[in-house]
Design a protein around this ligand. Structure first.
Ligand code: ACO
Length: 355
């Protein structure tokens, strides 16, 4: 049985910080309201020189470096995003152009659930032997599509990118199972009109056709609390484990109250839940890989740990997965021999890069 271990992680956020105090000067809100309702204290916002591509490339480079690989070693790049720099071509192709190499490349759109969807697709490609080494990136720059006069949405979002490298192993490592779901009838609770191939009847309407994110916050909140808990619990149960076996929950960082509800559903203490929503807000598809990269960098994930990922997003979509942490069994092709025109490759055991 082939598995897909996570052998490298990376993250990137813009330098520019937008604090609650900054927002107090922009809309009728307060630090007290934002912190008590969402847990968010500040978020990172793209500047003129940042883009979904620049953040993705920075996170991708970091993940490759941690895995001890170059772009030439990667044979597939998947970018989960709702905010690509352009619709033609894919974000993944823009990233490949910057990173180099000749990997196949495509995007996945499942909003904030996108990274877990992408991880699931990449893992199954590796398990089937279709690809060997995959770079999976979650990246979004939603602040480009936020109406900064709308206090109900502008306080929530930040920008960023997170990345992982997946490599094959015979040991049960990486994503062991996933729970993916969608309810398209909920699409009008969280959406951005005027941002696709449907255009107004008259060109004169274009100025009013505002491509801003629209949200029914209370409806999304109720949905999120329900699916985050249910999907995470299902991922644990499908793995034949109990909640007591979970070492870390890495949830989508949308709102601290939603995260608390998911943690309660799994009966997890605070120290087993990674929370950084206070510093980044909701970075959409980047949120789970950024949280994962931070948890690993802080030394909170050890070889063999059971890590639950869970997310929800526009669509409406949801996704959860059980990850067995570590790089056991990952075997690296020696670069020298890999270049040789032979199938008789000598393999070297890869160095653990974390955990
Ligand atoms: N500052 C002060 N007051 C505010 C603000 C603000 N920033 N925003 C709303 N209010 C007011 C409302 O106008 C309302 O006032 P009223 O009672 O006079 O009408 C009051 O606060 C309560 O508003 P609610 O919407 O009931 O507040 P709630 O407790 O539900 O919190 C929130 C709102 C934070 C948006 C919450 O509903 C939420 O987090 N929902 C989930 C949103 C989410 O996660 N979206 C991202 C999905 S991911 C993706 O795919 C992009």
């Amino acid at each position: 049985m082939r598995y897909a271990a996570i052998t490298g992680l990376g993250m990137a956020v813009p330098e520019r910080i937008l604090t609650n105090a900054d927002l107090e000067r922009m809309v009728d809100t307060s630090d007290e309201w934002i912190v008590s309702r969402t847990g968010i204290r500040e978020r990172r916002v793209v500047g003129p020189n940042d883009s979904t591509t620049s953040l993705s490339v920075a996170a991708g480079r970091q993940a490759l470096e941690q895995a001890g690989l170059t772009a030439d070693d990667i044979d597939l790049i998947i970018v989960a995003t709702c905010t690509p720099d352009q619709f033609v071509v894919s974000e993944a192709c823009l990233v490949q152009a910057e990173l180099g190499g000749a990997a196949a490349a495509f995007d996945i759109g499942a909003a904030c659930s996108g990274f877990v969807y992408a991880l699931s697709v990449a893992t199954s490609f590796i398990q089937q032997g279709m690809h060997n080494r995959v770079l999976v990136i979650g990246a979004d720059t939603f602040t480009r599509f936020i109406d900064y006069t709308d206090r109900s949405t502008c306080i929530l979002f930040g920008d960023g990118a997170g990345a992982v490298v997946l490599e094959p192993t015979d040991e049960p490592r990486g994503l062991l199972n996933t729970v993916l779901g969608a309810n398209g009838t909920g699409n009008k609770h969280l959406y951005a009109p005027g941002w696709g191939a449907v255009v107004p009847e008259s060109a004169e309407l274009f100025p009013e056709y505002r491509p801003y994110l629209q949200m029914n916050g209370q409806e999304v909140f109720r949905f999120a609390v329900r699916v985050m808990g249910d999907a995470a619990a299902e991922a644990v149960e499908r793995s034949g484990l109990t909640f007591a076996d979970v070492d870390m929950l890495v949830p989508h960082q949308a709102n601290a109250r939603i995260i608390d509800a998911a943690a309660r559903r799994l009966d997890l203490p605070r120290e087993k839940v990674w929370v950084n929503v206070d510093r980044y807000g909701n970075t959409s598809a980047a949120s789970v890989p950024i949280a994962l990269a931070e948890a690993a960098a802080a030394g909170h994930l050890d070889e063999g740990d059971n890590v639950v990922l869970v997310a929800f997003g526009a669509g409406l979509t949801w996704a959860a997965g059980m990850v067995r942490w570590g790089v056991a069994g990952v075997r690296r092709l020696s670069p020298h021999r890999a270049d040789a025109a032979t199938n008789d490759l000598v393999v070297a055991v890869g160095e653990p890069v974390h955990g």
